[in-house]
Unconditional design. Structure first.
Length: 279
């Protein structure tokens, strides 16, 4: 006789959970020699699941970008582990599943918008017509129609950042790491970039780890906010952001729900700003 064992509700629910794409455990980073050692990140652990948009939030100097660069394999860790899809992240090895958008736009000034966006496809050896079709679609998605043959010096800061964003997204990364990509933009341009990013993410649902020190930005974009303490950066709290999607980057900020969650998180974030100032 063959017996069957029914799965428990707990095990069934676990099987339905999105898989973990980024797993950080006991992560630490120190700089300097033993006599003058500075700890930037101390024993940080968290996970990012498939399709999540997670913001790393904290005051300046708390190690947000350091964590992101270790996840990207750009910096060596001092202790702990980082895994992407259960594979250990090793410094210097390129993971083609991962795209990185830097704090400042990294467009090439000698290349047109078209040539900048298509750079990765060109390096990858994609045939010219396929490359052209993808670039045209990316330009339209970014709201840059009519600027394909323009050079970066002819564009605003927000437009250049759209070019940098699309140059990464055109490679179709499954995981997107973003290091304060809109931090240098004025408020109006930043909100426009939020709209662009939200529209793209609604369609593609990449797994995103987004560094910011702007609480309003984190609430507008993310599904979760991981709050880090003042240096050395430690995981202080993990907040769910349950606002309905799709989101409007402007009208969301006018809702009572936004104001309530902003105030709730600000109490904890404000403590870390005061600690930073005291140091």
């Amino acid at each position: 006789m063959t017996s069957t064992v029914a799965s428990s509700p707990a095990s069934s629910a676990k099987a339905l959970e999105p898989r973990t794409r980024i797993a950080v455990a006991g992560l630490s980073k120190t700089y300097g020699a033993a006599s003058r050692q500075v700890t930037a990140v101390d024993n940080v652990s968290f996970e990012v699941r498939q399709g999540e948009f997670v913001a790393l939030l904290g005051p300046s100097g708390c190690g947000k970008s350091t964590i992101l660069n270790m996840v990207a394999g750009l910096l060596p860790k001092s202790a702990g582990s980082i895994r992407i899809d259960a594979d250990d992240v090793e410094q210097g090895l390129v993971n083609r599943k991962v795209g990185y958008v830097f704090q400042r736009d990294t467009v090439f000034p000698w290349r047109t918008v078209e040539a900048n966006i298509g750079y990765g496809l060109e390096i990858a050896g994609l045939p010219r017509q396929q490359r052209r079709d993808k670039v045209e679609s990316a330009i339209e998605t970014a709201g840059l129609t009519g600027f394909g043959r323009s050079f970066p010096r002819m564009l605003s800061g927000g437009m250049r950042q759209r070019v940098a964003l699309m140059r990464t997204l055109i490679m179709e990364p499954e995981i997107l790491l973003m290091d304060e990509p809109f931090g240098a933009l004025d408020t109006h341009t930043k909100l426009e970039m939020h709209k662009t990013l939200l529209d793209i993410w609604e369609r593609e649902r990449q797994t995103v780890l987004f560094v910011t020190h702007d609480l309003g930005e984190a609430l507008t974009l993310s599904s979760r906010i991981i709050l880090l303490s003042a240096r050395p950066g430690r995981l202080k709290d993990d907040f769910a952001v349950g606002f309905a999607r799709p989101r409007d980057a402007v009208s969301l900020r006018e809702t009572p729900e936004f104001a309530r969650l902003y105030t709730h998180i600000w109490h904890s974030l404000g403590e870390e700003f005061r600690r930073t100032k005291a140091k």
